[in-house]
Write a protein that binds this ligand. Structure first.
Ligand code: MG
Length: 205
């Protein structure tokens, strides 16, 4: 697949496997002519580059939502803490600077619309139909449920809901993303398309 990246997305910090990134690109290319795309949990912009490069090809846009204060597992003392993303001055995680660098290097300034706040606040008065939603935000039950409830209803017919970090085996990872995956299927509003590595794709019926 000729994906026309301005930078190698694999060099961007993040927790997305290459096959997962390529499948995000593929579905975004297929769906985003109709309406914009939204991702929840941009971090340093790895998934953003895959999604937005496809959006750019369709003259569409990507809303990149992240408070940039890191998820639970990114905080100081936690498993995925990155000291390079810690702002000593404010004593907070801050991935926005790195995110912005990625978007600039990738030449995606006119495709990516950063939304720097929580998912709940961003969704409060949201009224724009979305062709594709990618959920990769907080992994607590509360955060994952909030993301699902906030955004799944805005997906257009035939649009895509993608959920990252699906671990059907609880020994392999947290269950919150898998729970919202099951909730989406049980709702009758979505049908399963495929699971690539730990990234699941659903089609809005
Ligand atoms: Mg993830």
């Amino acid at each position: 697949m000729n994906m026309n990246f301005s930078i190698d997305p694999e060099q961007v910090k993040g927790f997305l496997a290459e096959d997962e990134g390529e499948s995000l690109y593929r579905y975004a290319l297929e769906t985003t002519q109709k309406a914009p795309c939204l991702e929840v949990g941009s971090y340093c912009g790895k998934s953003t580059v895959y999604l937005a490069t496809a959006c750019r090809a369709n003259f569409s846009v990507l809303y990149a939502l992240d408070h940039h204060r890191g998820s639970e597992e990114h905080q100081k003392g936690e498993e995925y803490h990155d000291p390079d993303l810690f702002d000593q001055e404010t004593n907070n995680m801050d991935s926005f600077k790195e995110f912005r660098k990625t978007i600039d290097q990738a030449g995606l300034q006119e495709t990516v619309i950063p939304i720097v706040t929580s998912s709940t606040i961003a969704s409060k008065r949201w009224a724009t139909p979305l062709s594709m939603v990618f959920i990769d935000g907080g992994h607590s039950r509360e955060a994952a449920m909030g993301d699902y409830r906030s955004w799944a209803g805005h997906i257009v017919q035939d649009g895509i809901l993608a959920i990252h970090d699906l671990f059907p085996d609880p020994e392999k990872g947290g269950q919150a993303p898998y729970e919202i995956w099951k909730l989406a299927l049980a709702s009758g509003l979505f049908k399963e398309l495929e699971i690539v590595n730990t990234l699941g794709f659903l089609r809005r019926l």
